[in-house]
Design a protein around this ligand. Structure first.
Ligand code: ADP
Ligand code: MG
Length: 339
């Protein structure tokens, strides 16, 4: 047997990157989540070659203190939680302190940040996990991260990527979910010279739905609003006539986080009773607020799976809310336009 030794920091980060950074969309998700956690009001996302050659995320959030920028690239370094209690009350999208070091270990990253306009900011440049450059820089308030040549040093991962169209679709999906969770944040995605998504950031969820699915579609959505002891729900779900061939247009957002929870999407579908045609599914965005101690977000490195202590109750609540709304809609005489 060989000697047991501690892995180098760079290698440990690359191992973590294997879980956190699956594809370009994972990078977009982590960087935009960081911008949202930093209270950004405007976030610009610019990608080239579906994110493989370049992903740039510019925010106008809090920025990072100059003397903490290098720390942000260390594994398990986070400003978002400190104690075990915090871990069970996570109010931010991030908390694992893994994204920046993981991304930096499998790409070429430049980050410029400042906490105030026209102040002396800070700039760092990493390649394959190694710091190449650090120094002061003129910057606007916020953070500007550019990730180039993703997976340049992990060829197997690079080869595993799908077509540009598929990788771009994954990026769009990630941003759609973030836009639906945060209507108060103005998001803009450009691929090359093409603008793909733009939300105004005025807090109106229906306008985000319009930005994603089109105005006509957004008008065929029913507003939902309900509350009980444990949950507060608001959002939109489509009229039974507006459907899609799969469930991927249903977004369940718990405490600002898109979650992949089959049982919950199923509950929404069940709420329609027999109103949906077989094999057809609604478009929906449900924002659910609940006590964070009931939501365990520490399940998976990519943080889109959660464990809910009251999952059965939440399912029943969603199903009932949708059922009542659909029933109410049916009481309106034929011919009435729903807008
Ligand atoms: P986490 O988000 O889990 O804390 P990250 O590796 O994504 O871990 O980021 C590390 C830290 O760097 C964050 O806790 C935060 O303090 C800081 N940070 C990262 N991105 C930004 C940003 N866009 N604006 C302000 N601070 C940021
Ligand atoms: Mg993060």
């Amino acid at each position: 047997m060989a000697q047991i030794q501690m892995l180098s920091e760079v290698l440990a980060n690359q191992i973590t990157a294997g879980e956190v950074v699956e594809r370009p969309a994972s990078v977009v998700k982590e960087l935009v989540e960081n911008a949202i956690d930093a209270h950004a009001e405007h976030i610009d996302i610019i990608v080239e070659d579906a994110g493989v050659s370049k992903i740039r995320v510019i925010d106008d959030g809090d920025g990072i203190k100059n003397d903490q920028v290098e720390l942000a690239f260390q594994r398990h370094a986070t400003s978002k939680i400190l104690t075990q209690r915090d871990l069970f009350h996570v109010a931010s999208l991030g908390f694992r302190g893994e994204a920046l070091p993981s991304i930096a270990s499998v790409s070429d990253v430049q980050l410029v940040t400042a906490q105030q306009d026209a102040s002396q900011g800070m700039q760092v440049h990493y390649e394959g996990g190694t710091l190449l450059e650090a120094g002061s820089a003129a910057a606007r308030k916020g953070t500007d991260v550019t990730v180039k040549n993703l997976f340049f040093n992990t060829p197997a991962r690079l080869k595993y990527l799908k077509s540009q169209a598929t990788e771009l679709a994954k990026i769009v999906e990630v941003l759609n979910h973030l836009a639906l969770s945060y209507p108060q944040v103005a998001l803009r995605l450009r691929h090359g010279h093409k603008e793909i998504l733009r939300t105004v950031g005025n807090g109106d969820l229906q306008q985000v739905l319009a930005a994603i699915y089109g105005v006509q579609q957004a008008r065929k959505m029913l507003a939902l609003q309900a509350e009980d002891n444990d949950f507060r729900l608001s959002g939109y779900t489509s009229l039974p006539e507006l459907t899609r061939a799969n469930r991927s247009y249903i977004a369940i957002l718990i405490n600002g986080r898109f979650v992949k929870q089959f049982q919950l999407t199923n509950a929404l579908i069940k709420g329609y009773g027999s109103k949906l045609m077989v094999g057809r599914y609604p478009i929906a965005a449900l924002q659910i607020e609940m006590d964070p101690t009931l939501v365990d977000v520490n399940v998976h490195p990519q943080k889109n799976e959660v464990r809910l202590s009251k999952e059965d109750e939440l399912e029943a609540f969603i199903e009932e809310t949708v059922r009542l709304r659909i029933q109410q809609e049916n009481l309106i005489p034929d011919g009435y336009q729903n807008y």
